[in-house]
Design a protein around this ligand. Structure first.
Ligand SMILES: [Zn+2]
Length: 146
């Protein structure tokens, strides 16, 4: 899914509303998250931040990610077999397929899956508040692909 087509959330305004001071490292990390379209882990965010500001430490990155997650400004994904990955929270819902060989994270959305989940929950007497769906797979060989 193309995140760039969406209006990016104004993290700074959200933070100020929450009474959080916008320090230099926080600003750098916020800018990185707003610009990225992948699902970087804390180390990758730290590496990108370091190229902009050498004084930003890994622990600052961890602290900032935790703060943003608590505010609902970012989503934290605990995909199997790797570190937590982050992405900015956006209005449109999507699920993820993780490539077990490359670690690539592919986003998808299926109305059929969404409807089916609602249907199952309704039958069980529930209303879905939120859900996570992760598919883990390997690329099919070209000959096997139909
Ligand atoms: Zn995603």
């Amino acid at each position: 899914m193309n995140h760039s087509a969406q209006t990016k959330p104004d993290y700074e305004r959200e933070l100020r509303r929450a009474g959080v001071r916008i320090t230099r490292p926080r600003r750098v990390i916020l800018d990185i998250l707003a610009a990225t379209e992948d699902h970087p882990d804390a180390m990758e965010i730290f590496q990108r931040a370091s190229t902009i500001d050498k004084s930003i430490s890994l622990s600052t990155v961890y602290r900032t990610m935790k703060l943003l997650e608590g505010m609902g400004a970012i989503h934290r994904h605990a995909f199997e077999g790797g570190p937590a990955r982050f992405e900015q929270a956006s209005g449109d819902h999507h699920d993820h397929l993780i490539d077990l060989d490359t670690g690539d994270v592919i986003e998808f959305h299926s109305n059929r899956i969404e409807e089916l989940q609602d249907e199952i929950a309704r039958e069980l007497g529930y209303e879905i508040v939120h859900h996570r769906l992760e598919l883990y797979g390997r690329r099919r060989k070209a000959s096997a692909r139909k």
